[in-house]
Write a protein that binds this ligand. Structure first.
Ligand code: ATP
Ligand code: MG
Length: 553
């Protein structure tokens, strides 16, 4: 079973529970609320919960915590399943829904009422707040707290039957209004919500609160280790109280870990939804979004996200992780696995005046410098080519290791060329460079001993293809866009997207599969867009640049 050393405190706990026979197998779950797309923080929770089951030969459920119908939707239910699968995990059995336990929750609510542990309360929200007290002052008992069991049962049944308006009544646990832990001050168990639910339709007009549902869902499913984020630590006494007072079929134990926060990023579905709703991004899967769907469209691989989650580890503190670490994980993966290709983002035409018109040489280049298994690609060489405008200057000092008038440069995987003259338009802009090839320089240094100083990418003007290339920068200009009272919406980077319409790509790239990744030499890693790329109209998204800014030393 477990023969790897524990690499976080939860592994340790589970290993000890198994060893001591406190549990016979480990059952975990990933319990998202379907009120948005999953983000990179959820990836941490997914890797932790599914990883735990994998590691100890147990099972992990996917369960929707769908107790809040107004904010949820089938689109989110579908996207969440797709994202979990894409990350490479499979849940045990069918997907589960808290809503399929609604009858059981209701029966348990009746049970609590019968035992004198719950009551129907008519205080409105404002009054309830007053009665609740503060962190330093105890609360006061609700005037409805001493209702008889019979009256409570009758009122609860009528709440369920739809007799009362939203907000007019709630069911509350009867615990202790003076408890130092505010969560124990007679918390709400059921609310009236005359809302249609995406799974149960109009069957219910009262809905359990998250706090009433969550622990019981785990108990129904036999979850042994309920792993959740630290903000639920203060709720644990309530969950334990409920489990103690209900005839639940099993007894889950809750353990908390620190949320993942990334700098330059927001990880809250509510905030991400605002970016989508207000049109700041093109949708939940916009490649700038820290959603799993966005990262996928950006060219992240499941392996890189899993690797990142492993690198950050699991602790009991909420830290901020440098986004450069996430970028490091994907760069590492793509450096190893992405075929190389050439793309010219700012095209400048070069005419090789010595090269015969109409001649095409079919040069061959390895797809990857160290991965022979990735094969080779064909690069047609012609009289007219494009190079990047930034790779040419009429004059330059020695530090400029690219093409300069009267000087030489090597075209990657092809000839050494030497620039002779430029053609300019009326405004003085260079429109063309005239150059000549240095003979016999494919794979060889010039025979005259005058070596080129640098190597640049190029694409044949007649055989190459045009593509749309989207370049991305961070979505936020501030390292902590939602910290304190900052308005994250005002900190969106106006230059987070640059669309290059007329880039030139080597011809083979047009046939890339959607979601296929490449290193565009000297530019970065790019992926064929999942939805919009086609052979007729190629579209590539930048995943990440070449330079690694994460320093783990
Ligand atoms: P959000 O605030 O983005 O809506 P949430 O916690 O409300 O997140 P849920 O759908 O309830 O979202 O989350 C499902 C699971 O993912 C929970 O167990 C939660 O603890 C975990 N989770 C959510 N955000 C993070 C995060 N940033 N880091 C680690 N785990 C997270
Ligand atoms: Mg939530």
């Amino acid at each position: 079973m477990d023969n790897k050393p524990a690499n976080n405190f939860l592994h340790q706990i589970v290993a000890e529970d198994l060893e001591a026979g406190r549990v016979s197998e480990v059952i975990t779950r990933f319990p998202p609320e379907p009120n948005g797309y999953l983000h990179v923080g959820h990836a941490k929770s997914i890797c932790l919960n599914f990883g735990m089951a994998e590691r100890f030969g147990g099972q992990c459920n996917l369960r929707f915590d769908d107790t809040n119908p107004e904010k949820e939707s089938p689109e989110y239910v579908a996207s969440i399943q797709e994202d979990v699968r894409w990350l490479g995990y499979e849940w045990a059995g069918e997907v589960r829904y808290a809503s399929s336990y609604f009858q059981q929750f209701y029966d348990w609510a009746v049970h609590l009422v019968e035992q004198g542990h719950a009551y129907v309360c008519d205080l409105n929200a404002e009054q309830a707040r007053e009665y609740r007290g503060t962190l330093t002052e105890p609360g006061k008992n609700s005037p409805y707290r001493e209702r008889s069991v019979e009256e409570n049962l009758d009122l609860l049944a009528r709440m369920r039957a739809g007799e009362f308006d939203e907000g007019s009544k709630v069911l509350r646990a009867r615990i202790d209004m003076a408890a130092p832990n505010m969560n124990l001050r007679d918390p709400i168990l059921y609310r009236i919500r005359k809302a249609e639910h995406h799974q149960t339709g109009n069957q219910w007009c009262i809905y359990p609160t998250y706090d009433f549902a969550h622990g019981q869902e785990d108990a129904i499913e036999g979850v042994t280790h309920s792993i959740c984020t630290l903000e639920f630590e203060d709720h644990r006494p309530l969950y334990d109280w409920l489990l103690d007072h209900l005839p639940v079929p099993s007894r889950p134990r809750q353990y908390e870990f620190g949320r993942l926060n990334l700098n330059y990023t927001v990880t809250s579905k509510r905030k991400l939804k605002q970016l989508v709703d207000e049109g700041v991004v093109a949708g939940w899967d916009d490649p700038r979004m820290p959603t799993i769907a966005g990262m996928r469209r950006r060219g992240f691989t499941p392996a890189s996200i899993r690797k990142f989650c492993e690198m950050i580890g699991v602790t009991r503190s909420d830290g901020v992780v440098d986004v450069a670490m996430l970028e490091h994980a994907i760069r590492d993966d793509l450096n190893e696995n992405a075929p190389r290709a050439m793309c010219v983002l700012r095209p400048l035409k070069v005419v090789l005046t010595d090269y015969p018109e109409g001649q095409v040489e079919r040069l061959s280049a390895p797809a990857h410098p160290s991965r022979e298994d990735l094969g080779s690609r064909e690069l047609p060489f012609t009289r007219e080519i494009y190079i990047d405008a930034d790779d040419f200057r009429e004059e330059a000092n020695k530090k400029f290791k690219r093409l300069v008038l009267g000087k030489r440069v090597r075209l990657r995987n092809a000839y050494v060329i030497e620039a002779d003259s430029v053609v300019k338009d009326a405004a003085g802009n260079i429109t063309e460079v005239h150059a000549h090839t240095v003979p016999n320089t494919i794979g060889l240094d010039p025979e005259d001993g005058i070596k080129p100083k640098g190597v640049i990418q190029w694409v044949s003007a007649s055989a190459g293809r045009q593509a749309t290339v989207r370049l991305y920068d961070r979505l936020f200009t501030d390292p902590a866009p939602d910290k304190g009272d900052k308005d994250f919406m005002a900190l969106v980077n106006p230059a987070s997207l640059t669309v290059v319409e007329g880039a030139w790509i080597e011809p083979g790239l047009a046939a890339a599969r959607a979601e296929q990744s490449f290193q565009f030499e000297r530019e970065g890693y790019f992926v064929a867009d999942r939805h919009e790329h086609s052979e007729a109209a190629p579209v590539f998204n930048m995943t990440i640049g070449l330079r690694d800014t994460w320093n783990n030393g």
